[in-house]
Design a binder for this molecule. Structure first.
Ligand code: B12
Ligand code: SF4
Length: 500
């Protein structure tokens, strides 16, 4: 069977958005599912973020896939639908169209369209492999009841099959088919860490923050790849930098000690980046130091706020003191800190100032201030559903206020858009000469990406710093979605992609 897997481009490339400027990650979902069918079928991956706009119709016409699969988080919803719409328009009923990822899993009803044949709910490997076997052996594309983990159209209604079990050990999945991304080699990055690979070493999270759906997506279970398998995958990467995709890498100290053992005994010389919590950093300073010596170069943490009460209301189960101590410890170790903070729609003018001041005091290397929002599928979504000003997926990028703001809208965005400028001191004080002197090998490895990152960052800042951009998005997009039905909008986007 000929299979095309597509990573959609973000909506209106170059508009406000961190994607493409700060962090361009390999499409990990697509390499993971491709690996499960690749030996027996011809699989290609198209990363639309790195292609010309007309690549999709060209590849559809030349490769003539029998199955097109697209991955989709919330902000990708329209573009992902547009890809499948385009596939059906060009190839008609010969092609089976499939959607997967966080957004369709959490709200499958939003993707119930005649041009989408099925939706993969939850973890994709086994569902995808069984579906491909069914279709390639002549199975009826409309009779999918026997395959767990699907939503598909039967008649007018969407039918859900049995839940797919998420009990399989991660070591038993095949290693992601990363070679299918050879055409894009060298183009994935985080900040100035150019040429970056991605490895997922765990799935799920043991915490239950109310603004995050990870623990719900993985049904409150956490599974881990063994240290040996992680080290095998690290050795297979040609790239100097690796991003561990786990939402919460910093857990189970014993597992991380074992990983360090593997890295040391195999003499693996890679720089790696992780996402993890500040409480773990504070509780395990020696382990953090050991990981630094094994290549850990950056920790991305959700600091979320400078206020203890807000941490509690987010159900973060962490403290302000841990945030402060972790920032200090990481700076002392010369590990880059990327800190995510939330501006809340009910912020007063002084709250913005206090947040920016707290970030500067913490000396975060890469501060990111996002707007708190209820993402679909989260507890916060269920609690705030009635307050939503829009359900248009494009606004759920953490850069727009989707519930009413306490300050007048314009003033809210003016104060929010100032974050970049107002936290400049944080970056300067974190990247001290001492930091640079202590990590010469890392500085050498990043020097190629430095110039590119500076350029990209400048473009991003111009977009982020202008409050008019946020207001214009609201006027244009909400205006457009009120004028056109969702179907018309998707059709318009698909046409744009084809003719641009
Ligand atoms: C890397 C990453 C990014 C990258 C790019 C993602 C990409 N597609 O390449 C960047 C940095 C750009 C990004 C940005 C954002 N991200 Co992000 N990101 C991730 C992260 C850390 C890893 C993604 C990954 O590769 N996972 C590994 C693969 C194997 O897992 P998977 O994607 O879940 O895929 C499995 C299944 O979902 C399924 N599946 C997925 N797709 C498909 C397709 C088919 C056809 C099939 C059959 C199955 C299938 O099968 C796969 C294997 O089991 C995830 C967290 C996570 N745990 O996944 C968050 C995550 C996807 N991001 C999230 C969010 C909220 C965002 C942002 C909005 C905000 C932010 N955090 O900055 C922005 C939005 C950007 C925008 N456009 O405005 C949320 C999404 C929630 C949602 N409702 O969609 C996640 C889940 C994090 C979280 N804790 O909630 N992100
Ligand atoms: S925000 Fe982080 S700690 Fe909280 S549930 Fe999500 S992944 Fe876990």
């Amino acid at each position: 069977m000929r299979i095309l897997l597509v990573q959609p481009a973000p909506f209106e490339c170059g508009r406000i958005g961190l994607e493409n400027a700060l962090w361009m990650s390999e499409p990990g979902a697509l390499t993971a599912i491709a690996a499960c069918v690749e030996g027996e079928h011809e699989v290609r991956i198209l990363d639309m973020r790195l292609e010309e706009a007309d690549a999709l119709p060209r590849v559809l016409a030349s490769f003539r896939p029998e199955l097109v699969g697209v991955t989709c988080m919330t902000t990708d919803a329209y573009q992902a639908q547009a890809v499948l719409h385009c596939a059906k328009s060009i190839l008609g009923e010969q092609v089976f169209t499939l959607l997967g990822g966080h957004h369709p899993t959490l709200v499958p009803g939003e993707h119930d369209h005649e041009y989408i044949d099925a939706i993969c709910i939850g973890e994709g490997e086994d569902t995808f492999a069984e579906l491909v076997t069914h279709l390639s052996s002549g199975g009826d594309p409309k009779a999918l009841h026997a395959i767990d983990g699907l939503a598909f159209r039967s008649g007018e209604a969407q039918t859900l099959t049995n839940k797919r079990s998420q009990a399989r050990e991660l070591d038993t999945f095949p290693a992601p088919a990363r070679h299918l991304l050879d055409a894009y080699k060298g183009q994935y990055f985080f900040a100035s860490a150019m040429n970056m690979a991605a490895i997922q070493t765990s799935r799920g999270c043991a915490f239950d923050c109310n603004f995050c759906a990870i623990w719900e997506f993985y049904e409150k279970k956490v599974r881990f790849l063994s240290s040996k398998a992680i080290a095998d995958r690290m050795e297979e990467c040609e790239e100097p930098f690796i991003f561990f995709l786990d939402d919460n890498f910093l857990t189970r100290p014993k597992r991380l000690e074992e990983l360090c053992d593997e890295i040391e005994s195999r003499n693996i010389k890679k720089f790696w980046m992780i996402q993890g919590r500040t409480d773990f950093v504070v509780e395990n300073p020696e382990l953090m130091k050991r990981m630094r010596d094994c290549g850990l170069m950056m920790v991305l943490s959700g600091f979320e706020t400078n206020d203890a009460g807000t941490l509690e209301s987010l159900k973060k189960d962490n403290t302000r003191e841990n945030n402060l101590k972790a920032a200090e410890l990481l700076n002392d170790l010369s590990i880059i800190t990327t800190g995510i903070f939330m501006a809340h729609p009910d912020f007063e003018a002084q709250d913005f100032e206090d947040l920016y001041e707290a970030i500067n005091e913490m000396k975060i290397t890469i501060p990111l201030v996002v707007i708190h929002m209820p993402l679909p599928g989260t507890q916060s979504w269920r609690e705030n559903k009635d307050k939503l000003l829009t359900t248009d997926a494009r606004f759920f990028d953490l850069l727009h206020a989707v519930v009413p703001t306490r300050l007048p809208r314009r003033e809210f965005y003016e104060r929010y858009a100032a974050w970049n400028e107002k936290t400049e001191a944080s970056i300067d004080s974190s990247l001290s000469l001492r930091f640079i002197a202590r990590r010469p090998r890392l500085m050498m490895a990043m020097r190629h990406g430095m110039k590119l990152f500076t350029e990209r960052r400048e473009v991003l800042r111009m977009a982020l710093n202008d409050p008019e951009n946020y207001l214009r998005d609201e006027d244009e997009i909400i205006g457009a979605s009120q004028a056109a039905s969702a179907e018309e909008l998707v059709e318009a986007l698909a046409t744009e992609g084809v003719t641009a």
